[in-house]
Design a protein around this ligand. Structure first.
Ligand SMILES: C[S@@+](CC[C@H](N)C(=O)[O-])C[C@H]1O[C@@H](n2cnc3c(N)ncnc32)[C@H](O)[C@@H]1O
Length: 265
């Protein structure tokens, strides 16, 4: 069931009962690209992971083509090889809004497929052609293929014909340059229906320097979302975070207090 919308900031532990997905809290070793990453991230060491360093090099060398290049070279240290457990939990417990959902910077799109169902059509968006190709390949045999799509688009300039009831951001906010965060919030505001919900799985909440991924804090989201009239309904520790991310992830749920989308189509 959806929580009541008090618009009061609430920060607490997300005490979630054990679910069928509870057993998947450990890193998934089924993704061959990620074996090295899994060893490193369990040490909570974003900076010292050579795959993250390689990603940072690629983005630094060519900010506009860096993501494409990382996909081409298979440098995808963020990729879990499966949906993040908390999104499965929210889906299974009926805690996600129905209607149209968007996952910006969706990568391989496991969360897109996990959220899709009759009653919820999910759009996975990524700037990388190679990333979108991979997402389509990974999901082509999915039984719920009628309920999602993948589009190669730049989140910041995309102008869809319909607005969204739900936007789910996981490791996109931390991937963009920090000076793009106000534009991120503006575009969330543009794309979401006035009564729509933004869910941010905030990661990595730690103290490392540089990026991507850039460190994030609740205040970083508030700084750009408050001017857009978004208020947190809840902010919870994500107890369902995978092993290497536990303690560095919070689930934020946001709604707009008043107003309309910037452009009604
Ligand atoms: C750190 S990855 C996260 C992928 C996915 N959310 C996940 O958790 O596996 C960031 C993704 O954002 C994409 N991306 C970067 N800039 C983008 C933009 N301006 N518009 C859309 N996607 C973008 C990259 O290609 C990459 O796939």
């Amino acid at each position: 069931m959806r929580r009541s919308l008090s618009f009061a900031l609430r920060i607490r532990n997300l005490a979630v009962p054990s679910t069928p997905h509870g057993a998947t809290l450990a890193m998934d070793n089924s993704n061959p690209h990620n074996h090295h990453h899994q060893r490193r991230t369990t040490n909570n060491s974003v900076e010292s992971d050579p795959r993250v360093q390689k990603l940072q090099q690629l983005i630094e060398t060519d900010p506009s083509a860096g993501w494409e290049e990382s996909w081409k070279q298979g440098v995808t240290p963020w990729d879990l090889g499966r949906p993040t457990p908390v999104i499965l939990h929210l889906h299974d417990t009926g805690s996600l809004p129905m209607g149209r959902a968007l996952v910006p910077g969706c990568g391989t799109g496991y969360d897109v497929v996990a959220m899709a169902c009759p009653g919820r059509y999910v759009v996975g968006l990524d700037i990388s052609e190679e990333g979108i190709k991979r997402a389509k390949q990974m999901s082509c045999l999915s039984p719920n293929a009628d309920y999602f799509t993948f589009l190669k688009e730049d989140f910041f300039s995309w102008r869809p014909t319909h607005l969204f009831d739900l936007i789910f951001d996981y490791t996109f906010f931390c991937a963009i340059e920090p000076d793009m965060r106000p534009a991120w919030a503006q575009q969330i505001h543009n794309l979401l229906k006035p009564d729509g919900e933004l869910i941010t799985l905030m990661f990595p909440m730690d103290d490392h320097a540089g990026g991507p991924p850039y460190k994030v804090a609740i205040e970083d989201y508030e700084e750009v979302l408050h001017p857009m009239e978004f208020k947190a309904i809840s902010i919870d520790d994500n107890e369902l975070a995978i092993k290497g991310r536990k303690g560095r992830e919070k689930l934020g749920r946001w709604k707009r207090a008043v107003g309309k989308s910037s452009y009604e189509l």
